[in-house]
Structure formats: structure tokens, C-alpha cells
Write a protein that binds this ligand. Structure first.
Ligand code: HEM
Ligand SMILES: *[C@@H]1O[C@H](CO)[C@@H](O)[C@H](O)[C@H]1NC(C)=O
Ligand SMILES: *[C@@H]1O[C@H](CO)[C@@H](O)[C@H](O)[C@H]1NC(C)=O
Length: 337
């Protein structure tokens, strides 16, 4: 009984200190009515110039949410309420005080892109409603809007807002939390479970690899000898596009989906079934009957994946968010206030 009471009291104290209640649909309706409209316009313009940037924005939303960073290294706080998942920590530039932020981690540098679009959206927002719209929300809205445009408006969903921006960003947390392309199925499932996402979310969100590009170094072990489970024709094409031993100075990029490279659609699942995918982590979806069945379904049932994708993106955008307490609304997304 005493223990229960003690736990209750510490929970209440924790909530008071760092309350982490939910996000809200229409969060900016009163605070900054044109907020979502402004982000969508900036993203639309950027994608019309270069659809690849849209892929970058969707990946940015994922990488921000999966990397945990404490609100403050010095703030005494325990439990998941203190963790910042989707907190714009991925946007912070190096400073003398923090020379190695997330942005410089191997999963992000040099491949992560779209930062300039976030800056442009934030600048437009600051002109209209200064100090109101968090960078963490801009990142998630931008990913949502990129999905809207790249899917030909088929992926079209409402996303709640109210995330606050974190003040901590650590390179070492990128490798700890972002799954590498060499992961097998059980490693992928564990990685997603750590973030509260299930096997269905894993299969559905992996469908993002129907757009965008990859550096050769992310799959080069799958196109040489001995042959991997990759389709031999695709492996031959990739051998012509990639150096035998890619390194930082010589690491070209190739499209992820050779059929519809700029279209957010269910082609990814057809590619998985034909073994025309780049990563071991993509091919891994066929290594259990449960995930293979989901792949077949997403490939076959028209419109189903788009609906599931929207739902999973909303779920991902709520990982360890901070909506009150020790977060802030940054003025410039690249630096803490
Ligand atoms: C399941 C585990 C995942 C692994 C192992 C993985 C791995 C990767 C890798 C290695 C790249 C290529 C990076 C490069 O070399 O340039 C990539 C690209 C990409 N990923 Fe993932 N990813 C995963 C899940 C996701 C999720 C959940 C999303 C979004 C919801 C996502 C969206 C993207 C997009 C859009 C690109 C293309 C980016 C661009 O063209 O700039 N990925 N991923
Ligand atoms: C990353 O480094 C920080 C400080 O240097 C440390 O507190 C944190 O636990 C590390 N994170 C991981 C996942 O190793
Ligand atoms: C995946 O890799 C881990 C670590 O190497 C290993 O322990 C596990 O058995 C592998 N799982 C499968 C399904 O191959």
C-alpha cells in the first residue's frame, strides 16, 4: 500500500514537473491559423523543384522521432516523459558547446536532406506568428505534406500538433536508435518496439522506400560476390552505378524504386516480392510468414497501404513528444533559444 502511494506521489510529481500529455488536432487553429497552410505551400514549392527533397522530408520526420534526447542533461527526470523523440533535435547545428549533434551521426550525415525547406517554412511562420510554431511540429507537418504531394494527394491526413523543441542533440544517440540497413527482421522488430511501434508499423512505414535515393555504401555488400538474395538483374544494374568499394569521397546515390522513383505508392511491396529492393532490411520483410503476408496484402489491395501509412505516420509523430514543461519553441530551428 505504502509502495503504491509512493509510486502515485512520484508520478504526480513527475507529471507536474514535466507533464507529457497529448498532442491536439487543430493545435494552431487559434495560435497561428495559417500555420499548416504555410508549411504545405513551402513544401509543395520545394517538391515541384526537386521531388527528392520530399523523400528527404519524410525521412527527416522519421529520424527526428526515433532518436531520443533528454530535455536537458542536467534536468533530474526519469521515465519516458523526459525523453524527446519528435523534438527537432535532428535540426540543431554543431556549436562549440555541442560539437557533435545528431545531424552529424552516420545515419544522418551526409545523406539526410531537406533542412533548407524546414528553414524556409519556419522563416515564413516567424514572419506571420513569431514564436508560436515549434520546429518539431514543422518537421512532422512537412513530412506529412511531402507524403501528400508525392502520393498524388492520396496520402492525405490530419496530424495533431503541440510538440515542443528539445535542447539536447547527441550524435551517439543516432547509431543507438536508428536501425541500419543491415538489420534482420528480429532486430528491426526490436528497434521499432523500443519506440512503441509494432510489426505492422514496421512493414507499413518501410514502404517509404518507394521514393528517394540511397548511397551505394548502404547496400554495396549485397551487389558483389557472393551474391545476396537481391534480384540478379537489379544487382547487375547497381554494379554499373556503384564503385566496388564506396567510401566517403566516392559514394554515388541510386534510386530506391526503379519503377516509380518519385511516387509514394505501394510499388515498394511489389519490389520486395520480386527481390528488387536495395537493403537487407527491406528483403527481411519476407523472412517471416507474418510480415510476408503483410507485404503481399500491401502489394495487392489497392488503396490499403496509403490508409495504413497515414495512420502509422500519425503514430510515429507522437513518439516521446513533449507538450509542456521543459521544452521550448525555437526561433531558429538550427539553434536552441
Ligand atoms: C525499417 C528500418 C529502416 C531502415 C533500415 C532504413 C534505412 C535507410 C537507408 C540506409 C536509406 C538510404 C540512406 C542513404 O544511404 O542515402 C534510407 C532512405 C530513406 N528512408 Fe529509410 N530506413 C528505414 C525505415 C524508414 C522509415 C520508417 C521511413 C519513413 C517513415 C523511411 C524513409 C526513407 C526515405 C524517404 C528515404 C530516401 C531519402 C532520400 O532520398 O533523401 N525509412 N533508409
Ligand atoms: C551519449 O552521450 C551522452 C553524453 O556524452 C550520454 O549521457 C548518453 O547516455 C549517450 N547515449 C548513448 C545511447 O550512448
Ligand atoms: C538477427 O541478428 C541477431 C544479431 O546478429 C541474431 O541474434 C538473430 O538470431 C538474428 N535473427 C534472425 C531472424 O536471423
Amino acid at each position: 500500500m505504502a509502495r503504491v502511494a509512493a509510486i502515485l506521489v512520484s508520478c504526480v510529481l513527475l507529471l507536474a514537473a514535466t507533464s507529457c500529455h497529448g498532442l491536439k488536432y487543430g493545435y494552431y487553429n487559434r495560435r497561428c491559423p495559417p500555420a499548416e497552410f504555410i508549411v504545405r505551400n513551402v513544401v509543395g514549392k520545394a517538391i515541384r523543384q526537386n521531388p527528392g527533397i520530399g523523400a528527404g522530408l519524410i525521412r527527416l520526420a522519421f529520424h527526428d522521432c526515433f532518436v531520443q534526447a533528454r530535455v536537458s542533461l542536467h534536468f533530474p527526470c526519469h521515465g519516458t516523459c523526459c525523453l524527446h523523440g519528435c523534438d527537432a533535435s535532428v535540426l540543431l547545428d554543431p556549436t562549440p558547446a555541442n560539437p557533435r549533434p545528431e545531424k552529424l551521426g552516420p545515419p544522418n550525415f551526409p545523406s539526410l536532406r531537406g533542412f533548407e525547406v524546414i528553414d524556409a517554412a519556419k522563416a515564413a511562420l516567424e514572419r506571420v506568428c513569431p514564436g508560436k510554431v515549434s520546429c518539431a511540429d514543422v518537421v512532422q507537418f512537412a513530412g506529412r505534406d511531402a507524403a501528400f504531394f508525392l502520393s498524388g494527394y492520396k496520402v492525405n491526413y490530419a496530424l495533431p500538433g503541440g510538440r515542443l523543441d528539445g535542447r539536447v542533440s547527441l550524435e551517439n544517440e543516432t547509431l543507438a536508435f536508428l536501425p541500419p540497413p543491415s538489420f534482420n527482421l528480429s532486430e528491426l522488430v526490436d528497434s521499432f518496439r523500443t519506440k512503441g511501434l509494432d510489426v505492422d508499423d514496421l512493414v507499413v512505414l518501410s514502404g517509404s522506400h518507394t521514393i528517394g535515393r540511397s548511397h551505394c555504401s548502404s547496400f554495396s555488400d549485397r551487389i558483389g560476390t557472393p551474391p545476396s538474395d537481391m534480384d540478379a538483374g537489379l544487382a547487375a544494374v547497381l554494379r554499373r552505378q556503384c564503385p566496388a568499394n564506396p567510401n566517403f569521397n566516392n559514394d554515388p546515390t541510386v534510386v530506391q524504386d526503379i519503377f516509380t522513383p518519385n511516387r509514394l505508392d505501394n510499388q515498394y511491396y511489389k519490389n520486395v516480392l520480386r527481390r528488387k529492393v536495395l537493403f537487407k532490411s527491406d528483403a527481411a520483410l519476407l523472412t517471416s510468414t507474418e510480415t510476408a503476408r503483410k507485404v503481399v496484402e500491401n502489394a495487392a489491395v489497392r488503396g490499403r497501404w496509403e490508409r495504413k501509412f497515414a495512420r502509422a505516420m500519425v503514430k510515429m509523430a507522437a513518439i516521446e513528444v513533449k507538450t509542456a514543461g521543459n521544452g521550448e519553441v525555437r526561433r531558429n530551428c538550427r539553434v536552441v533559444n
